[in-house]
Design a protein around this ligand. Sequence first.
Ligand SMILES: NC(=O)c1ccc[n+]([C@@H]2O[C@H](COP(=O)([O-])OP(=O)(O)OC[C@H]3O[C@@H](n4cnc5c(N)ncnc54)[C@H](O)[C@@H]3O)[C@@H](O)[C@H]2O)c1
Length: 433
Amino acid sequence: MNFDKICVLGMGYIGLPTASTFATHGVRVVGVDVNRQVVETLQNGGVHIHEPGLRTLFQAAYKSGNLTISPQPEESDAFIIAVPTPFKEGKKADLEFVVSASEAIVPYLKQGNLVVLESTSPPRTTIDVVAPILEKSGLKAGEDFHLAYSPERVLPGQILRELIDNARVIGGIDKASSDAGRDLYATFVRGEIICTTATTAEMVKLMENTYRDVNIAIANEFSRLAARFGVDVWEAIELANRHPRVEILNPGPGVGGHCISVDPWFFVEAAPDLTPLIATARNVNDAQPQVVVDMLQSALTDLSGKRIAVLGLAYKPDVDDLRESPAVEIASQLAEKGAIVVAYEPYKLDAQFPKFSMAQTLEEALSGADALVLLVAHAPLKNIAPEDVAAKTKARIAIDAVNGWDAAAWQAAGFSLSRLGVGTDHNPLSTTH
Ligand SMILES: NC(=O)c1ccc[n+]([C@@H]2O[C@H](COP(=O)([O-])OP(=O)(O)OC[C@H]3O[C@@H](n4cnc5c(N)ncnc54)[C@H](O)[C@@H]3O)[C@@H](O)[C@H]2O)c1
């Protein structure tokens, strides 16, 4: 199948790179978003999200004339839906955006078109939610138009490369739909394109993220056990991972982002009777911010009135994405317990929160602090020299929740450093005997 013109609905972290990549590969693309500010920014040649290389790629696509930005779809050969799928109260999947994007396509849907859902979705969404909406056009899915699900598996920070190089799964509601999807993505995908059913493809994406969540949960439990037994969990994991069939992930302050911390709930909602392990893992990871709050509480004795410099708010290193971030949860919990929290997030200086304030510089965060806590291993925060920090603050209590700092160097600079997953009885000399 040939695709001269496509519409991509949702100009976010996934839709914008996808639309730009199609456009720079010679396809005419209409990038659609319902957020007026997003549309205006893009129409003025700007980019509203931080992703390495995206501004250059988008501007090349836009200047070529192949990519236009619009608040609504147009008639096209294919439509790609890349809108958010967050959860709402009670950890239930919020399909509002998938529904509204599908409805927006209906007036423009023609015989022979292809529609692809890329948003991470609960099992059977393509068949049970998207198909019936599109069929309001009077056309029948599988007979008059093709319909497929294709999960996006890119890593923020590396989206542009992974979009092209990763293997891509295409799940059609029938073989012709899978084939059409394969033809579409073959425009730029260099990784293997594997065709399957729509519901299998939906499950593949959810299984990938659930697998990681469950494995992070066990790493977090190991960190709690290590702290209790006077062991350094980071050392123990490194040694355990020397086993040829063991690969324990890193513990940390919790699991965030709008994928791994959200997607497993889609399984739990869809089949609560079958998912006790998945639900427990989610709850273990959701309780991890409390572990960090407890570390600060025990280091400071009383949090009330104490000024705490929170370093890093993003959900993972070197991205500007704060969605579902455990660091934000920790900062909020500290503030709720009476601490005066000043957070420094080098990649998102303009973020605002009701319960705590934001510093524009590291110096501002450190000034007057009683304690500092490293919550994200951003390169600029990991690499700060403890002597420089000591010169900028009277605080001598430091917490490292991400194994980002060299304990000996911080101790030598006069700090009392507590590390997540390291028991107080742990004697670093024991590692050298
Ligand atoms: N960000 C990632 O790294 C990543 C990775 C894999 C999968 N995903 C999945 O991809 C999907 C999109 O995620 P994202 O990070 O790009 O989201 P995002 O929030 O960055 O962007 C989504 C955009 O869609 C727009 N939108 C909402 N409703 C719309 C509609 N009806 N029509 C047109 N536009 C609409 C929003 O205004 C927003 O600009 C989600 O399901 C997510 O789980 C994301």
